[in-house]
Design a protein around this ligand. Sequence first.
Ligand SMILES: C[S@@+](CC[C@H](N)C(=O)[O-])C[C@H]1O[C@@H](n2cnc3c(N)ncnc32)[C@H](O)[C@@H]1O
Length: 397
Amino acid sequence: VLDLAMADHFRAFADVVERDGGPTYATICRGVADDPPVLSLLDAAPAAQQRPLLLLAAVHFLLLSGDDHPLREFYDTVAAVRGSDDGAKGSQPEGDVARIFSGFCAERRAQLEELIATRTTQTNEIGRCNALLPGLCHVAELHGRKTALSLLDLGTSAGLNLLFDDYFFSYRAPEGISRVAGSESSGVRLRCTVRGGFDGLPDLAPPALVERVGLDLSPVDACSDDDARWLLACQWPDNPERFGRLRAAVENARATARAPRLEQGDMVEDLADVAATMSGEEPLVVFHSWVAAYLDEERQRDLAAAVRALDGTGGRPVHHLYFEAAYETPGLPTPPRSEPGGRGDVATALVLVPAGGGEPVRLADAHPHGRWLRWWPATRPGPKGRPAAPAPPPPLR
Ligand SMILES: C[S@@+](CC[C@H](N)C(=O)[O-])C[C@H]1O[C@@H](n2cnc3c(N)ncnc32)[C@H](O)[C@@H]1O
């Protein structure tokens, strides 16, 4: 029997990935939508996890683990991990990928069901550091860069965004002007197009940090081969640049001297307890990216209140910085863009609720994976390190 709702999920997912440059999954998902035995694999998952990416990740995981099935030839990522001399994708593979995928699922059904029953989809997108870095620099400038900061990342996954100062950043405006920041010799190299110019962007030298802590319901251990492979398996096979960047960040996390402390817990319920373990007096930035959508609107309000309640405890300023899709986070304040319109992109808003009861400020909009950034110049801090009064919106262009 065809599960119509699940079939529709696969068709919708095919459209999404196709728009975002994922032809392999688009073709596979359209095939799965008409393939009852493959659709039924997701029956093994808890209801909240029954989504296309879970099945796709389970298959990807087996291929990345060394499975020799011909399906591997369609995955750029598998070739990248295993080298193309083992028959993984080297030249254009032949055959119908959707049919070959279906055959793989039939032959590996038991292994797939076990993965689907026990795993949840996971992302840790370090491209988001392209937005977080200027956000954190902005906070450092609010303090005149006279003090180091501490960071608490909610929904941290593997904590990779807490290691942004290990990465190399290159920001380029369409006019050809560029600025670089971070660790020049880093194997983790991030690129970002700056829309609207550099006006108002803070100095991008990463701020000094005292403590870095991550909190997650299911933290990912970058040092575990199994955890790291699952994280990689949740990516799409057609974007080797993004995949390579994540691999490099995992390698960095294993080698770095500044490994964050990761705590298991709920970002609302356990926030105060975890914050209490961070005992310094330096300003604390509680931040999160693409996490708040996991909370319903009321719990999003609870989260905003819980962070506000930390501000000033023990004399410590606590800032709340978030990079979230406003349409999914109605319970968090998101001021309107300071320039109306837009190019129809699905932007993510970078918002700061400054310590000391300040009003929320929309610092920037950016691509969800940090491919581009639009900094709103009106948010430049005042000359004494205080935020300037909001400037009137620029004229329509
Ligand atoms: C989409 S991932 C984003 C990870 C990371 N912030 C990033 O931008 O790459 C969402 C993460 O939030 C975690 N998460 C979901 N609900 C949570 C909650 N209530 N408390 C803590 N973590 C949660 C998930 O386990 C997952 O690691």
